[in-house]
Design a protein around this ligand. Structure first.
Ligand code: HEM
Ligand code: HEM
Length: 231
């Protein structure tokens, strides 16, 4: 366990804030879907928020701090094999953990996008559902259910991996995700990201969350009523 307050900062605060907001929002989205009813409105809002968070993360992964950048931790099979042989030395996500990061971000994107076209057979449907045919709505709903199960499986695997590192390698991954500070073989920490990258990532995240709520869609046409004759 790394409780050393002078240990290098390996996770910058935007990444940590992103992570805990994401975990809370995903828990909220799953709970609201299971409870259903009026909470489906909040389910949709949380889904849009999650998509905004993922968009933020993608931008931060391109232009943010070094430990957040995909170019730093997404590697080829060679690096994964080297890691499995115990030959990897670095900070941030290891080459194997990087696969789970990509899988989680990918499945969350699929989940939010299919949700936007899904319906619950009762009173709630995603804001973009009205823009597509019934067949498409139905298959998006099936995909949304399927990917929800896949997502729950990945989250379970995520938590199991963290527990495994704790028990088997006596390595606490959670504390660095909370405080930012963690072990670094070279003694170097995260570079931190430039402020304009943070502004850009937040702007993209907010735009995506807003765009996927479908507020820009024209309202559906009013129902055509038969003319009333008073003779
Ligand atoms: C629905 C719940 C969760 C989701 C969707 C989720 C998702 C993620 C994602 C996407 C990352 C990669 C961070 C990045 O963008 O670089 C990550 C990393 C991490 N998460 Fe979670 N997470 C969840 C719950 C949790 C919980 C409850 C814990 C603590 C017990 C946790 C601990 C961690 C840690 C320690 C890392 C860093 C792993 C490493 O050192 O490579 N997560 N998580
Ligand atoms: C990434 C975020 C999301 C997560 C984690 C999520 C999760 C879930 C889960 C677990 C279910 C229950 C599936 C089942 O019955 O087996 C569900 C259902 C549903 N979700 Fe989402 N969802 C997300 C985003 C969205 C969004 C953005 C919308 C629309 C605005 C949406 C609309 C729906 C609808 C309409 C259902 C009911 C489908 C049915 O009756 O099976 N979801 N969602």
């Amino acid at each position: 366990m790394n409780k050393d307050p002078t240990a290098p900062l390996i996770w910058d605060w935007p990444l940590r804030l992103f992570h805990w907001l994401l975990a809370g929002a995903v828990a909220g989205a799953v709970a609201t879907a299971w409870i259903g009813g009026n909470l489906m409105l909040w389910h949709g809002r949380l889904g849009a928020f999650i998509l905004g968070l993922v968009a933020f993360r993608l931008v931060w992964g391109l232009v943010g701090s070094n430990t957040s950048r995909f170019s730093q931790f997404v590697t080829g099979p060679g690096a994964i094999i080297a890691y499995l042989r115990g030959q990897w030395q670095g900070i941030g996500h290891n080459p194997l953990g990087a696969l789970s990061v990509l899988a989680l971000l990918g499945i969350l994107t699929i989940q939010a996008v299919t949700g936007d076209f899904a319906h619950d057979d009762i009173a709630f449907q995603g804001p973009l559902a009205q823009a597509v045919a019934q067949d498409t709505r139905d298959s998006m709903t099936r995909w949304h259910r399927l990917s929800a199960n896949l997502l729950l499986g990945l989250v379970a695997l995520h938590l199991a991996a963290i527990a495994y590192y704790r028990v088997k390698h006596k390595q606490d991954l959670v504390r660095p995700m909370l405080t930012g500070r963690g072990p670094s073989p070279s003694g170097t920490g995260t570079s931190g990201g430039p402020w304009y990258a943070l502004v850009l990532a937040v702007l993209v995240g907010v735009s995506v969350a807003w765009g996927f709520q479908g507020t820009w869609l024209a309202p559906p046409p009013a129902p055509v009523t038969a003319p009333v004759h008073d003779w």
